[in-house]
Design a protein around this ligand. Structure first.
Ligand code: URA
Length: 199
């Protein structure tokens, strides 16, 4: 662990493991779930941010390894982007019961963790998967589009400024919406093409 960033990530993972203040902590422990910190390259040019772990993720401790993850892998392969070359994480690091939406309180609690992850990796491109990650990033980058809705912004490249410098924000639909809807999958496949300019 020569890279100080690996140590920073490990410290942050420890903090999440011990985050008893989280309303999701008891649920994690009772089910022998793991927190899902994130995975990928600390040198990633592109960072993907989802919503919260599902069951497969909470069991394995890895982001996007269930059905949504398989679709994400397919989408990455489709544009020739190696999963290991990007960094993948979520707004909330513990699984909400029944995969319900994360609450405002939960999002606020895990926010400092995600902010530190972004600052450790300093990606030039941030891809949000779904509306929770989009709202988070619009806030962080100070981007105020006339209509801050995912249905308006998906597949666009928005320019913003993170504390460490300029960032391109690419809002995409969450892969889960595409699992059972062929038109949504076609939209996601098309929207993914916008990432090719960064490869
Ligand atoms: N959905 C998410 O938002 N994140 C995951 O890690 C898995 C499914």
């Amino acid at each position: 662990m020569d890279d100080p960033r690996s140590a920073q990530m490990a410290a942050l993972a420890d903090e999440v493991r011990n985050l008893r203040a989280s309303p999701l902590y008891e649920f994690r422990v009772a089910n022998r779930y793991k927190p899902v910190i994130g995975e990928g390259s600390l040198d990633a040019f592109i960072m993907f941010i989802g919503e919260a772990p599902g069951e497969a993720e909470a069991k394995s401790g890895r982001p996007f390894v269930g059905a949504s993850g398989r679709l994400l892998d397919e989408l990455l392969r489709g544009i020739g982007l190696e999963r290991s070359s990007v960094y993948i994480t979520n707004v909330v690091k513990d699984r909400p019961p029944e995969n319900r939406d994360p609450t405002r309180e939960e999002i606020e609690l895990y926010t400092p963790i995600l902010l530190r992850q972004i600052d450790i990796i300093r990606p030039k491109v941030i891809v949000t998967l779904g509306r929770f990650a989009l709202a988070f990033m619009l806030d962080l980058l100070g981007i105020r589009p006339p209509e801050a809705k995912i249905s308006k912004l998906h597949g666009q490249v928005l320019q913003g400024v993170a504390p460490y410098g300029p960032v391109s924000l690419v809002p995409l639909f969450h892969p889960a919406v595409a699992l059972y809807s062929t038109p949504s999958k076609a939209t996601l496949v098309k929207d993914f093409q916008v990432l090719k300019q960064f490869l």
